[in-house]
Design a protein around this ligand. Structure first.
Ligand code: ATP
Ligand code: MG
Length: 213
């Protein structure tokens, strides 16, 4: 019956997954998540701070708890956004494939996952292991990002959408560098993040900030 179809369609949850180091989270991340939520009619976006990003030198990354708390602070006011501790609490290095598998089993069969990435991350993902299974577990959404080329070269048909989001030339690296040099990060990151960074003294020097995880 038509009514049943409508009910089934409603039961399929459309969930965005925004992975990142979020060191710190900034308005580029938030605008990308918000725009993709709008364009793809998502019910929610789950931000997943990485535990130990295997691509990054952990001695240079703020502790998982700092990054998790900043992600919570930055997303708290948006009822569509939530933060998962999944990668932070998992032992060993972080692989996105494990996160997508865990999300699928958490939500059950009635979920469509949309993995949100910027142009730089999308390019890198193609070189990851298990890339075919990842494309089966989630639809990938690549967002433009100033300074990086968003191209469909090498992308499998129908598994990835490339979308235009309002372009913000902001990166976490630049925010950290600005704090280290005593330059303001107001309006690049949410106000609560400016205050959290000031309060904790994060990024004031190059040393490990808070013990890593
Ligand atoms: P870093 O400079 O430390 O690498 P970053 O700004 O790239 O930090 P990440 O936590 O590495 O932030 O990025 C998480 C995800 O958000 C990635 O998919 C990245 O491509 C995307 N992203 C980051 N900044 C932007 C931006 N300004 N516009 C669009 N996407 C972005
Ligand atoms: Mg990055």
């Amino acid at each position: 019956m038509a009514g049943d179809n409508v009910q089934n369609a409603r039961r399929t949850r459309r969930v965005g997954v925004m992975g990142g180091t979020f060191d710190p989270i900034h308005h580029g991340h938030l605008v990308a998540a918000s725009e993709v939520a709008h364009l793809f009619h998502l019910d929610e976006v789950v931000f997943v701070p990485t535990g130990r990003p295997w691509q990054k030198d952990m001695s240079k990354v703020a502790s998982a708890e700092h990054r998790y708390l900043m992600t919570v602070i930055a997303t708290a006011e948006n009822p569509q956004f939530r933060v998962s501790r999944m990668e932070i609490d998992r032992e060993g290095p972080t692989y996105t494939i494990d996160t997508l598998r865990e999300m699928r089993s958490e939500y059950g069969p009635g979920v469509s996952l949309f993995f949100i990435t910027g142009a730089d991350a999308l390019g890198a993902i193609l070189s990851w292991r298990n890339v075919d299974e990842m494309f089966d577990l989630a639809h990938f959404v690549g967002c433009n990002r100033p300074g990086h080329r968003l191209t469909d070269t090498g992308l499998p048909d129908g598994k990835v959408s490339l979308v235009e989001v309002p372009a913000l030339a902001i990166s976490s690296s630049e925010c950290r560098e600005r704090v280290r040099k005593g330059e303001p990060i107001w309006y690049l990151v949410p106000d609560g993040i400016v205050r959290y960074v000031n309060k904790t003294g994060l990024y004031l020097d190059d040393r490990m900030t808070g013990g890593g995880h």
